[in-house]
Ligand binder design. Structure first.
Ligand SMILES: Cc1cc2nc3c(=O)[nH]c(=O)nc-3n(C[C@H](O)[C@H](O)[C@H](O)COP(=O)(O)O)c2cc1C
Length: 366
């Protein structure tokens, strides 16, 4: 990723960016030679302020960034009772029957998705605190609004936009994106319908010379080599860090992540209201069963299920425990530190590239 390396000064020329909803993962990625990106969209402005201050203090001149999700069409205000008053009784009843059937304790606390409402107001406040600092990279998942791009550019940040279709790449470029992440359907978290192998070259074509990072199923050195062959300047990795020491999954979640096969993820709207790839569990099965209600749109689904899901995760209610995860989950091999994962990826890709050179001469490249 020579060009991205030049822009950001990271030490691994062939690795790229590591995404973590855990700030410890993001910090460890930057310390290990990549660009660590902290996914802080479910954090309050005060928490973002504390996290960004910590990243700055701990990482010094190393490259790092934060990721916010600012989807279009969210309500103006963070008003939970306004959303609650519109929840259909059938949906509320379904969620309460799940609580009863699986014995989920009600500790009276909200979950990560219901502690505040995803709204225009929240997004502005979240961005404002990040912008009080000079952050090297602002990544934007699920849409790149021009107002956010402009604010971040004024403050000197590079904008990385996640896109799942070539048309999204064009919109992100018009908004001012500096680097594009071509995120294929294999990826964990919110995802579109196009496979990584199909998407990356299309986004490279649409990028007008801007650097492109390949995402979605990049979990081994072979994937990194393939990403380079597809025209990407680097990779953007999430799932490979989910079982890391720094991510600190609960014992139940860790066991599920390490046991998962390539077919053990599903795309479901049952968590956020938008299509999100996650580990298959009784949670996704319940929402796709005959007679289950259709998930609501974002942010209504967040509020409908947020308390229950938070309690499922806090109390490790095993059948329902799950996490956003990509198909690359099949490649997780035991719990390692982020540094070990990064070293493994880098040494594997170096070996693969050396082997390809030999094969390349066989294929006529002399
Ligand atoms: C648990 C989880 C949470 C995620 N949350 C976000 C997010 O908040 N913002 C975002 O832009 N991408 C998010 N993503 C997507 C990642 O940024 C990245 O594109 C994806 O993990 C890459 O594909 P991979 O999972 O196959 O490595 C998330 C991914 C996972 C696995």
């Amino acid at each position: 990723m020579g060009r991205v390396q030049d822009l950001l000064g990271c030490s691994h020329s062939i690795f790229g960016f590591g995404f973590g909803s855990s700030i410890d993962v993001a910090i460890a990625v930057s310390r290990s030679g990549g660009v660590g990106i902290w996914g802080c969209t479910r954090q309050t402005p005060d928490e973002i302020e504390a996290g960004v201050s910590r990243m700055k203090a701990e990482l010094g001149d190393l490259p790092w960034g934060v990721d916010l999700v600012i989807p279009a069409g969210m309500p103006e205000r963070d008003d939970r009772s306004a959303i609650e008053s519109t929840l259909p009784p059938e949906h509320v009843e379904f969620v309460s029957s799940m609580r009863q059937r699986y014995g989920v304790p009600d500790d009276g606390l909200p979950g990560m998705r219901s502690r505040f409402v995803r709204s225009e107001e929240t997004a502005r406040d979240q961005l404002a605190v990040a912008m009080d600092h000079r952050i090297p990279v602002l990544a934007l998942g699920v849409g790149s609004p021009t107002w956010a791009v402009e604010q971040a550019h004024d403050q000197g940040s590079l904008i990385v936009s996640l896109v799942g279709r070539p048309a999204h790449a064009e919109t992100a470029i018009r908004a001012g994106a500096d680097i594009l992440v071509a995120q294929g359907t294999d990826s964990g978290g919110h995802t579109g319908p196009i496979g990584t192998f199909t998407l990356v070259p299309l986004v490279v074509e649409a990028a007008g010379g801007r650097p492109v990072l390949a995402a979605g199923g990049v979990a081994t050195g072979r994937h990194i080599a393939a990403a380079m062959a597809l025209g990407a300047d680097g990779v953007w990795v999430g799932t490979a860090f989910l079982a890391s020491v720094e991510a600190a999954p609960s014992p139940v979640l860790l066991e599920k992540l390490l046991a998962a096969d390539a077919t053990d993820t599903v795309v479901s709207r049952s968590v956020s209201g938008k299509t999100l790839r996650m580990l298959r569990s009784a949670w996704s099965d319940e929402w796709s069963a005959a007679g289950a209600p259709e998930p609501l749109k974002m942010p209504h689904q967040d509020i409908l299920i947020g308390d229950l899901l938070g309690q499922v995760m806090r109390h490790d209610v095993a059948p329902l425990v799950h996490e956003g995860a990509g198909q690359g989950v099949v490649h997780l091999a035991g719990q390692q530190t982020v540094a070990e994962i990064m070293d493994g990826l880098v040494s594997e890709v170096e070996g693969v590239l050396a082997d390809l050179d030999v094969d390349g001469s066989r294929a006529g490249r002399t």
